[in-house]
Design a protein around this ligand. Sequence first.
Ligand SMILES: Cc1ncc(COP(=O)(O)O)c(C=O)c1O
Length: 399
Amino acid sequence: MNPPRPQSAPVTRRALSSKAERFTESVIREMTRLAIRYGAVNLAQGFPDFPAPAEIKRAAQEAIAADINQYAITWGAKRFRDAIAENFQRTQGLAPDPETEITVCCGSTEAMISSMMAIINPGDEVVVFEPFYENYGPDAILSGATPRFVKLRPPDWTFDPAELAAAFGPATKALILNTPNNPTGRVFDRAELECIRDLCVRWNTFAITDEIYEHMVYDGARHISLATIEGMRERTLTVNALSKTYSVTGWRVGWVIAPPDVTAAIRKVHDFLTVGAAAPLQEAGAVALRFPLDYYQTLAREYVARRDRMMGILASAGFRCFKPRGAYYIMTDISAFGFPDDVAFAQYLVKDIGVAAVPGSSFYSDSADGRTHLRFTFCKTEKTFQAAAERLAKLRTAP
Ligand SMILES: Cc1ncc(COP(=O)(O)O)c(C=O)c1O
């Protein structure tokens, strides 16, 4: 016989982290879960549904077979850091020192939060363009920074230099940039980057730049790394990853390139957060980063065809599309459908039409600013486009 169970005392909940209470779960990842639940075509989360390159997969398999299965050096396997440095030199003409200026992390997600935790003190502010990739909000809260938002305005998603200047002040510690930009597709040009530089120099701030879509640029747009702008190298933290360029979002391998003193702080934060990224996948990354130029040209060519296919599908279904020149998302205007807001429309789309997209409000600090927008990704196969086209054809615009 089981012993009698002790009478349980009423549980008084202890307070949870007030930081964790200040943000919600990711809307993007939530839309993926809804897509699975309703059997919807997932055009919400940015992961390719086509295979990763055979060479990168083979390199990972070989690394595991060769027993590269224990911890790599916490800030990254030497071969991989050397490949990152060579790659940055080849693409942007800058040669970071792999021994003192590179930290390998678990995806660009960890590279971003480790970078912020390495530089932020209580009272510090960060300037963030909005709409913004939704992680930057929680990153600011977790690291203790107060965000100052500056609008990118449609249709071109450019910023007003006066508004940007007004966001800077003595408390500004860093500006966060994402180019090519998610969700708008904006590829920041040299004049914009120089405007950012002038303010960073004037207020002596850092810049953290998320360049994960560097190779997805279309219609003659050119990706310029902020660190290459004169006066920026010594104050820029450049975040990147294998995730998008090599279609391996599940591998969780990224990095940050930063000046030596900043790197020393990032490495400490990174070590105690995660110890390190997967060792055999770093070996595969070293192979991938040395792919010939042709790989990147084909990648961009295939993505521009996917963009045009998706633009066509969305336009025929009644969406007003903002044509992206970079990254792999299309921001749309949904006013024509007559729904009260973006969330209501996204719910209807996923449940009744069978297509998942991301409500625009998840990219804004004030949800009202995103209520007429929905974001679709186009990192998908023709089969997925076909299914989305059939389903979206059932949509009706408001009379
Ligand atoms: C701008 C941006 N940064 C970072 C990430 C996440 O990158 P990772 O998978 O390397 O953590 C994404 C993913 O969608 C993104 O769009």
